[in-house]
Design a protein around this ligand. Structure first.
Ligand code: GAR
Length: 196
């Protein structure tokens, strides 16, 4: 049976676009919802233009009440009956309660070769550390930040003269290849890591 995929975004949603575009033909999944914590996220318009249902739950009125925000987020999310949830540039930290509710079916893409450089500013930190290699990771989401079983990684060489921006651009290009490849494999029930 076709798997239903919900994609959570906070911004432009370029990874989301690649995921939605990939789910055609004999792909075992289809996009059921694109959901954002920011009603102005550019990706919402792109998703709607691609014919995907969209919803937004603004996190700001909830201030520090994460539980109340997540309860509100779960309304459209659960209504979409997702089999798989893809975090794609979703920039809110989720509580263990939320994560546990979707255990084993939530994926995230992170712009570093995990377990290196969890958190933010990954490209600048990789450069400062003098890394010869950098990249991105898709992993299953568990309660620990940017942790959980690795489902795929893509590597690039760090070149002389690279800046955080040039690295970010090259890594993003790899993210666009890696995430659809991992999603397809995961939707087929295969958790063997993708290596690009
Ligand atoms: C991507 O580079 C993604 O890896 C990163 O945000 C960007 C979103 O771009 N995610 C994180 O940093 C999560 N901690 P997009 O909106 O164009 O897909």
């Amino acid at each position: 049976m076709t798997k239903r995929v919900a994609i959570l975004i906070s911004g432009g949603g370029s990874n989301m676009v690649r995921l939605v575009e990939s789910m055609t033909g004999d792909h075992p999944a289809r996009a059921a919802l694109v959901l954002s914590n920011d009603p102005d996220a550019g990706g919402l318009k792109k998703a709607a233009e691609m014919g995907v249902p969209v919803a937004a739950v603004d996190h700001r009125p909830f201030k520090s009440d994460r539980a109340a925000f997540e309860a509100a987020l779960r309304e459209p999310l659960d209504a979409a009956e997702p089999d798989i949830i893809c975090l794609a540039g979703f920039m809110r930290i989720l509580t263990p309660d939320f994560i546990n509710a979707y255990q084993g079916r939530m994926l995230n893409i992170h712009p570093s070769l995990l377990p290196k450089y969890r958190g933010l500013h990954t490209h600048a930190r990789a450069l400062e550390a003098g890394e010869a290699e950098h990249g991105c990771t898709v992993h299953e989401v568990t309660a620990a930040l940017d942790d959980g079983p690795i489902l795929g990684q893509a590597r690039i060489a760090v070149e002389p003269g690279d800046t955080p921006d040039t690295l970010a651009a090259r890594v993003l290009g790899m993210e666009h290849r890696l995430y659809p490849a991992v999603l397809r494999r995961f939707a087929e029930g295969n958790r063997e890591p993708v290596e690009l």
